[in-house]
Design a protein around this ligand. Structure first.
Ligand SMILES: [Zn+2]
Length: 85
């Protein structure tokens, strides 16, 4: 059963309501009593989808950099650490 989010256009009150698809949308704000409730796009489903995509994307992009066979501290061998001895 999907969760619908509503926001009141009169007082800004927000609420979530478990409803069947066939249920009539809520209209009356429980906070101020006016028929100003508006259905919002569910953020819960969107968030789950978004984080899942991000995790997958992050893992595929995080590739190990190739290890250098050189035992010098820097790439060139010419820095002060390499030539100290
Ligand atoms: Zn209200």
């Amino acid at each position: 059963m999907p969760i619908y989010e509503y926001a009141c256009g009169a007082c800004g009150h927000e609420l979530e309501e478990l409803q069947k698809m066939s249920d009539a949308p809520l209209k009356t704000c429980p906070s101020c009593g006016k028929d100003e409730l508006q259905k919002l796009i569910s953020a819960a489903g969107f968030r789950l989808k978004g984080s899942g995509w991000y995790e997958t994307d992050f893992k595929t992009k995080k590739a190990e950099p190739p290890k250098k066979s050189s035992d010098t501290p820097c790439a060139t061998g010419a820095c002060s650490a390499c030539v100290a001895d």
